[in-house]
Design a protein around this ligand. Structure first.
Ligand SMILES: [Zn+2]
Ligand SMILES: [Zn+2]
Length: 207
């Protein structure tokens, strides 16, 4: 079974819960992440309510990636410093205005709906969803939980704190509209993970 995420229309920029785009909910005192390669502020891509993955779990997984110099900041790499992923807990209740410089927000905040699709693998799920719903495959925004469907090799990251393999949270597609979509190199997928014990997160993308 695959928990498919699909586009559910535009969301408010500060909508609670799982969405792509908009402004992030962050804890007090949060500093907007900057790219280790170019020092510019990162672009906020998405936040995922962890309760959507594991019922009862409190927190948000939040993903940022540099887009100030696309392709030049190793933004696909989980540890090079061109992206950042965070686990925020219950105090992530306020939105944070981005810095005035750099590329920091997507051009659309997208609401997400979930649907269980009877497929062995995520790579088969969008076509099945399309056949049932009649909606374009482009409106598939990814999958939540389960197993990552790697486009290249398995690159499951290990926790920077305890060195254990991290748990898969979400696979993200670029988006339903090329004018507002995330840049994973044109047709790539993003993958976010977390460590339950350490509340750390990691992100990478492949194409
Ligand atoms: Zn950069
Ligand atoms: Zn850990």
């Amino acid at each position: 079974m695959v928990k498919l995420m699909s586009y559910a229309g535009p969301a408010a920029d500060d909508a609670f819960g799982t969405r792509t785009g908009g402004v992030p909910h962050v804890p007090p005192g949060f500093e907007w992440p900057r790219c280790r390669e170019c020092a510019g502020p990162m672009q906020f891509l998405a936040q995922v309510n962890l309760a959507d993955v594991e019922p009862g779990r409190v927190g948000l997984l939040s993903v940022f990636m540099c887009q100030n110099d696309p392709g030049l900041c190793d933004e696909w790499d989980p540890s090079a410093g061109g992206n950042r992923a965070f686990i925020f807990l219950a105090d992530a209740a306020h939105t944070r205005t981005p810095p005035g410089d750099g590329i920091t927000l997507l051009d659309e905040a997208c609401a997400v709906e979930f649907e269980d699709i009877a497929a062995e693998d995520y790579l088969d799920a969008p076509e099945r969803w399309h056949q049932r719903s009649g909606r374009p495959v482009r409106e598939v925004l990814g999958q939540l939980g389960g197993q990552p469907a790697w486009l290249q090799n398995d690159e499951t990251p290990t926790c920077s704190s305890c060195a254990e393999p991290m748990a898969f949270v979400v696979q993200l597609e670029e988006g339903h509209d090329h004018r507002t979509s995330i840049n994973f190199g044109g047709g790539g997928c993003g993958y976010a993970f977390y460590c339950r014990a350490c509340a750390t997160a990691a992100f990478l993308w492949q194409r």
